[in-house]
Design a protein around this ligand. Sequence first.
Ligand code: PHE
Length: 363
Amino acid sequence: MQDTDALKDRLIAAISSAGDVESLEQIRVSSVGRKGEVSLLMRELGRMTPEERMVRGPELNALKDEVNLAISRRRDELAEAALQLRLSEEWMDVTMPGRTRRAGTLHPVSQVTEEVIAIFGGLGFSVAEGPQIETDWHNFDALNMPPEHPARQEHDTFYMHSDGNDGHPPHVLRTHTSPVQIRHMKSHGVPCRVIAPGRVYRADYDQTHTPMFHQYEGLCLDRDVSMANLKWTLEEFCRSFFELEGVELRFRASHFPFTEPSAEVDIRCSWADGQLKIGTGDDWLEILGCGMVHPKVLEAGGVDPDQWQGFAFGMGIDRLAMLKYGIPDLRAFFDSHVSWLRHYGFPPLDVPTLHAGLSRTGL
Ligand code: PHE
């Protein structure tokens, strides 16, 4: 009896001080396991007299039961403690604000394109499109620039690969949006009032030129459309776009093979402290080319020049974005630097619109 009590006390003490499941398991193996202390004692029962066994058997069984019970209690305690520890370490404050994710921004080119479409939409113009890989004929010949025409050289054209055996000149990356004039006349006829925004390509690269940039073309044909209509349309556009009542445009006689007469248009501006201000001042900044569509161009588009006439113009979208939003370097438009896009981009749900006012609201 004495020895079992001492053994029991020792085992129970060891069990209750076991600090983790592994040491508890070791105690179990060395006590009630197959070769454990208690098991070895029980093995001796066989060698005892029946009387001795009557006393010793229940004693040892009780010891074994107590040890097992103590072990399972301790195991529960350890499991509970481990759970509490995890719960205290892995807590989460569900009342904290969520992690904000930055929304992407609209590129200034997309924004300005939308503004241009909205303004001309209000003037009754719809949107036309043409391919960026264009035939030599649509990009040049149909626009009154036959192969030997010197104006072709001014365009720094990118040519597509051609094996030269099909008898056609190689296709080009369109150097301007003017070929859309031809495509639209051919597909929709007259009268018409369209703008055609899109990408154009020229082999040129400096602070104000990139090999790919954006233009939009305007084309308005009817029986009696005149240069006066052109002037009013462009002034109306600039008034809306730059939000300037007294906007002043200057029409300078110029030359394009596809318009006659032709003009380049400057907008009044000033430079103060390196800042460009549109609308007032003594400087002029060129913003577009335009003119009355040349009869040969109408013919190429399948339109009878004795019945129909009208104006066309071409404006740089990137240029407009630089002017309106004060962006100094055109090259950065196409570098895709995230910090630039965040700074100059427009929050998609808070873009300037015609009805809310076109000036920037998101900053
Ligand atoms: N296509 C001309 C350019 O890219 C612009 C233009 C368009 C001029 C229409 C007159 C009429 O420079």
